[in-house]
Write a protein that binds this ligand. Sequence first.
Ligand SMILES: NC(=O)c1ccc[n+]([C@@H]2O[C@H](COP(=O)([O-])OP(=O)(O)OC[C@H]3O[C@@H](n4cnc5c(N)ncnc54)[C@H](OP(=O)(O)O)[C@@H]3O)[C@@H](O)[C@H]2O)c1
Length: 337
Amino acid sequence: MSNCVLIPDYKADPARYEEGRMEYRQCGNSGIKLPALSLGFWWNFGGIDPLESSREKVLYAFDQGITCFDLANNYGPPFGSAEETFGRIYRDNLRPYRHEMIITTKAGYHMWDGPYGFGSSRKMLMTSIDESLRRMGLDYVDIFYSHRYDENTPLDETMQALVDIVRQGKALYVGLSNYPVDKLLYAARYLQDSSVPCLIYQGKYNMMFRNVEESMLHTLSNLGIGFTAFSPIAQGILTDKYLNGVPADSRLGKGHYLKQSDIAPEVLAKISALNDMAHERGQSLAQMAVAWVLDNPVTTSVIIGTRTVEQLRDNLGALNHTHFSDDERRRIDEILR
Ligand SMILES: NC(=O)c1ccc[n+]([C@@H]2O[C@H](COP(=O)([O-])OP(=O)(O)OC[C@H]3O[C@@H](n4cnc5c(N)ncnc54)[C@H](OP(=O)(O)O)[C@@H]3O)[C@@H](O)[C@H]2O)c1
């Protein structure tokens, strides 16, 4: 990370918590509130991305009242570099504001070579949290997530590692991500019995991908566990960017995770109809997509992954109009049927 533009005199905007800028939602039955929008570091903040662009987005987000930054051990690319980017910005600019920030990280997917570098074993989780704290230059994270259920590790082993990470002071809260409902129920009970309740569940949720509606959202609501949604814009599909071809700088153009089949002609026809509807609502399609997830009362926070500060600004505009009438919801369902 050589191309550093230090902003030594950065002072957070004194108006960042003023009424109307950001909404903060209670996270389940806990005492903590999360911003309606969190900033995610999966792509766009790695070692291959310019540090100054990452810094601009992070500081702009914080000035807009985004207090929650979502990381994982393997975000980048390369693995670990998003945490290093965050650590650099934290050290240069945000250290005085540590007590105002919710910093999260995760472990569970592939991180390093050999038999201990993936999965949810005690060895993996305990090693990974230490490495994440080192990369970010932190004493503790606010939320440590088990990134996925691992069928090769007893759930008790994974949950006890989470409990011990909290007891060691390396995380204030724990969360679960990508768990099936039955495993979540078992895990939540284990954590509750250990006096380290599960704070939050992180799952994929957007207008086009609604699996969590089957039983997860209802379960979380019953258990008093918060819900944070990732990929609200379906990684850029729920915007107008692919309606006239594939921009070279887009996630699909760069071959990052998305495939050409994700924008098949029948998908683009639906996107085009949604785009018209968003304009009728006075929003960009990205804003309508974020608003749609926020309109669900179970949603605590929506994690947006933005490549540019302009995208971030656009997504923040979603907060101005999050309500959908029954008729609008029906229309969206019909378009996406
Ligand atoms: N727990 C998990 O397993 C898991 C999995 C995935 C993600 N996450 C978390 O969720 C975060 C968000 O995920 P995501 O990146 O998939 O979210 P997303 O917000 O659905 O997609 C982000 C992409 O959408 C495009 N975009 C965003 N705002 C836009 C706008 N206003 N106009 C046009 N395009 C816009 C950009 O694509 P271009 O780059 O093409 O411009 C951007 O890279 C991640 O960073 C991570 O923190 C967690």
